[in-house]
Design a protein around this ligand. Structure first.
Ligand SMILES: [Zn+2]
Ligand SMILES: [Zn+2]
Length: 327
């Protein structure tokens, strides 16, 4: 009973939150979010939801792991990365795990894939997915999905026994190790994978989604990448990671460790170079960012730039609208 009331209360609270809307032309106004109604409104070609805006293996209760949902105006739903807390955020957003059957992975660092088992198993057992989970990702993706089916063999068999309505197809993964290029082109929605530079983690991809003349590009994890700049030309929205510069007073092992991490990410000053050369209608930080990165980028980049938070949405049409849930 108590949990039911709590669940109801949190739902009411969530429905009652107000979000600010920032328009690409700079004006803004207050508007209520409507998380239960996730489909892009009429006229919106692409709706992007930052389900998890965080990054890195550390547990963060405010910013969950990397996970971005892109919904096209034709109803197509594409998920990019599936970090920790994906299932919780998708549920908060108002969607069942079962509606997601297309997953694109940037690379196989654990912070980007920790919730893949949740999507794979619960999307089928409780979400009602009756078709295979389609997964695109770098070399090793197919092997990972095969291993996952083996790891959870007990659960899969046990649940299949409990309910013969669950199809065998729904708990199959159709996974593909990809190369750079167009990897998905259906009903006007095109997904292009491009190589980024995540140091020794090779290959690592960024993705670009095009639909109805609108587009969004996502960097995945990368240090400064010329290839990303080339593939992102003309995009409406560029979602880019940012790493943390190493504080000058750090010494010893801690300094080495921080330098090692910084070397495979893009420093905020470098993201400003990327934004200036791509000139997106809106640049967004995810997987990093924060006030310091914003301030650093602002020294040399004057265009539209937003820091992200979990469940922030971006609607792309002739205008770009950003809605923030204030929790
Ligand atoms: Zn990462
Ligand atoms: Zn990484």
């Amino acid at each position: 009973m108590g949990t039911h009331i709590e669940a109801t209360m949190s739902k009411i609270l969530f429905l009652a939150v107000f979000s600010s809307v920032v328009l690409a032309n700079g004006s803004s106004r207050a508007q209520q979010n409507s998380p239960g109604n996730s489909a892009p409104p009429a006229g919106v070609s692409l709706k992007v939801t930052i389900l998890g805006s965080g990054g890195g293996p550390n547990v963060d209760l405010q910013r969950f792991g990397p996970s971005i949902l892109v919904e096209a105006g034709n109803g197509d739903k594409l998920l990019f990365d599936c970090g920790r807390g994906f299932a919780q955020r998708l549920t908060e957003y108002g969607l069942s795990l079962g509606v997601i059957d297309k997953l694109f992975l940037t690379h196989l660092h654990s912070d980007h894939i920790l919730s893949v088992p949740d999507l794979f198993l619960v999307g089928w057992s409780n979400g009602g997915r009756s078709t295979p989970l389609q997964v695109w990702g770098p070399m090793g993706t197919q092997h990972m999905m095969d291993s996952m089916a083996n790891t959870f063999e007990f659960d899969i068999r046990a649940r299949a026994l409990l309910d013969d309505q669950r199809t065998k197809e729904g708990i199959r993964a159709a996974a593909k190790d990809i190369d750079e290029g167009v990897i998905y082109d259906r009903n006007g929605v095109k997904v292009t994978a491009f190589l980024v530079d995540h140091g020794p983690i090779k290959p690592a991809f960024g993705y670009r989604v095009d639909f109805n003349g609108r587009s969004v590009a996502m960097s995945g994890d990368t240090r400064f990448s010329e290839n990303l700049i080339a593939y992102s030309q003309g995009v409406d929205v560029l979602i880019h990671e940012s790493g943390n510069p190493v504080p000058p007073n750090l010494t010893g092992r801690e300094r080495q460790e921080r330098e090692r991490i910084a070397a495979i990410h893009t420093m905020p000053a470098e993201t400003a170079v990327v934004f200036n050369r791509v000139k997106p209608r809106l640049a967004v930080y995810a997987h990093g960012g924060g006030p310091q990165a914003m301030a650093e980028a602002r020294k040399t980049y004057a265009g539209p730039l937003e820091d992200s938070e979990d469940l922030m949405t971006i609607e792309i049409s002739d205008r770009i609208e950003v809605r923030r849930p204030h929790k």
